[in-house]
Ligand binder design. Structure first.
Ligand code: ZN
Length: 370
C-alpha cells in the first residue's frame, strides 16, 4: 500500500511543486509537478515539505534533562521534539564526573532499544569533560585531559551509542583520543577551546570533522592568529555548528559563516527549563538561560525557529533547511534520512510557505503531528 504526498518540495532544493511516494515508511519515488486527486493521494496544498530536522546537540527539552531522565520523561521529550519538526536528535551530556556517564548511557541504551516512538535517538553527544580553556558554563573543576582508555571502555560497553564527542585539542595534546574516536567511527567535534589555528588543523588531520557551536566558547579570530574560528571557516574538512537564536551569535557573524562555508549545521544546544537554573543560574534574560555572571547556559531554541531565524537573515530557505537536515545527516554519515529522496525514511515536516511555522510532521510515513 503506497501513499502519494503532494506539496511544494524542498528536498532541500529551491522549492517547487512536487510529490513523493511512500511505501512502508520509506520514500520510494520523488518527482516534480502536480498529481491529480485519487485514492492514496494526500494533497498538502501550498505546504512546503522539508525533511525532518536533525539536532546534533540538545541537552534537554521542556522539563526533561537528558542527564537525569527516566523512561516516561524520555517519551515526553521525544514527543515534544516531534511537535517542532525534529525527527532525530543527539541527546547531549555536558561535563560531569567520569563515573557518572555509565549509568546515564545505560538508561539511554535501554530507551533506544525499547523502540521507535517519537523523535529518533541518533546517538549520544558527549560534550566534555575533555574541554579546554573556554569552558563556558561547564564546571571547571571537572574538566580533565582526554583519557583514551576510558573512552575505549565506554565504546566497548555501549557499541554504537556514542556518536559525537566534543573535545578541545589542548585537552588531547597527543591527539590519541581524537585518533581513537575517529577510528571507531565517532564524530570528533572541536569545541570549548582556545586552540590555535595550527592545533585545530592538526586535530582535523587526526580525524576531527566538526566544530561545536562556532564562535561560542572559543578563542577569538585574529588576522594573524585565526584560531579555531579561522580553521572552522576555512578548512573544508570541518563542519561548524551554529546556535542561531540570534543571541548566542550576532546576525552579522551568522551571515559571515554562511558566506564562508557551505557545510554548516544548525543546532539548538537546548537545555531543560529549570535544569540550568536549579542551583546557581539566574532567571532567563531575553528567554536565554545564563549563569549569574551572564555566561550563556545553552538555549531555549528549537530547530524550526533556527531555520526561520536564518531565513530572516536573507539565507535562501533551501540552504537553511539543508543546515538543519542534510548537513547533520552527512556529519553522522546517515544515508537513511536528511533528504527527500528515494531510499530515505519518510520523515518530513510540512511548513507554512510564508511563516515557515510547522503545520504537520510525518514519521515513518505516518502523520504524527498536525
Ligand atoms: Zn557547549
Amino acid at each position: 500500500m503506497t501513499t502519494t504526498v503532494a506539496a511544494t518540495l524542498c528536498r532541500p532544493s529551491p522549492p517547487e511543486a512536487g510529490w513523493l511516494v511512500i511505501d512502508d515508511g520509506v520514500v520510494v519515488d520523488v518527482g516534480s509537478g502536480t498529481v491529480g486527486a485519487g485514492a492514496g493521494v494526500v494533497d498538502l496544498g501550498d505546504a512546503l515539505l522539508v525533511p525532518g530536522f536533525l539536532d546534533l546537540q540538545v541537552n534537554g527539552v521542556g522539563d526533561v534533562d537528558f542527564a537525569h531522565a527516566d523512561g516516561p520523561a524520555w517519551q515526553r521529550a521525544r514527543a515534544a521534539l516531534l511537535h517542532v519538526g525534529t525527527t532525530g536528535f543527539c541527546p547531549t551530556l555536558v561535563t560531569a564526573p567520569l563515573d557518572s556517564y555509565e549509568p546515564v548511557l545505560t538508561r539511554v541504551a535501554s530507551v533506544r532499544a525499547a523502540g521507535h516512538d517519537g523523535a529518533a535517538i541518533l546517538g549520544v553527544h558527549l560534550e566534555g569533560p575533555f574541554l579546554g580553556a573556554a569552558p563556558g558554563a561547564h564546571p571547571v573543576d571537572l574538566l580533565r585531559p582526554a583519557d583514551p582508555a576510558w573512552l575505549a571502555r565506554l565504546l566497548d560497553t555501549h557499541p554504537g551509542l556514542v556518536t559525537v564527542v566534543t573535545l578541545a585539542p589542548e585537552a588531547d595534546r597527543d591527539l590519541a583520543a581524537t585518533r581513537l574516536l575517529a577510528r571507531r567511527g565517532v564524530v570528533v567535534a572541536l569545541g570549548h577551546s582556545t586552540a590555535s589555528y595550527d592545533d585545530a588543523v592538526a586535530a582535523a588531520d587526526a580525524g576531527a570533522s566538526v566544530v561545536t557551536h562556532l564562535f561560542n566558547a572559543m578563542g577569538p579570530f585574529h588576522q594573524r592568529e585565526p584560531g579555531l574560528i579561522g580553521a572552522a571557516l576555512s578548512d573544508p574538512r570541518l563542519t561548524p555548528t551554529l546556535i542561531a537564536d540570534l543571541v548566542h551569535v550576532h546576525p552579522a557573524a551568522l551571515r559571515l559563516a554562511t558566506a564562508a562555508k557551505r557545510s554548516l549545521a544548525l543546532v539548538t544546544d537546548a537545555v531543560a527549563v529549570g535544569a540550568a537554573t536549579a542551583d546557581t543560574a539566574s532567571p532567563d534574560r531575553d528567554g536565554v538561560p545564563r549563569l549569574p555572571d551572564g555566561t550563556l547556559v545553552g538555549s531555549r531554541l528549537t530547530l524550526d525557529r533556527a531555520v526561520r531565524n536564518v531565513v530572516g537573515l536573507g539565507v535562501p530557505v533551501e540552504r537553511a533547511v539543508e543546515m538543519a537536515t542534510t548537513v547533520p545527516a552527512d556529519v553522522l554519515e546517515l544515508t537513511d534520512r536528511g533528504r527527500l529522496a528515494p531510499g530515505r525514511r519518510a520523515d518530513f515536516v510540512a511548513l507554512d510557505p510564508t511563516t515557515l511555522a510547522v503545520r504537520s510532521v510525518w514519521l515513518d510515513g505516518q502523520r504524527v503531528v498536525g
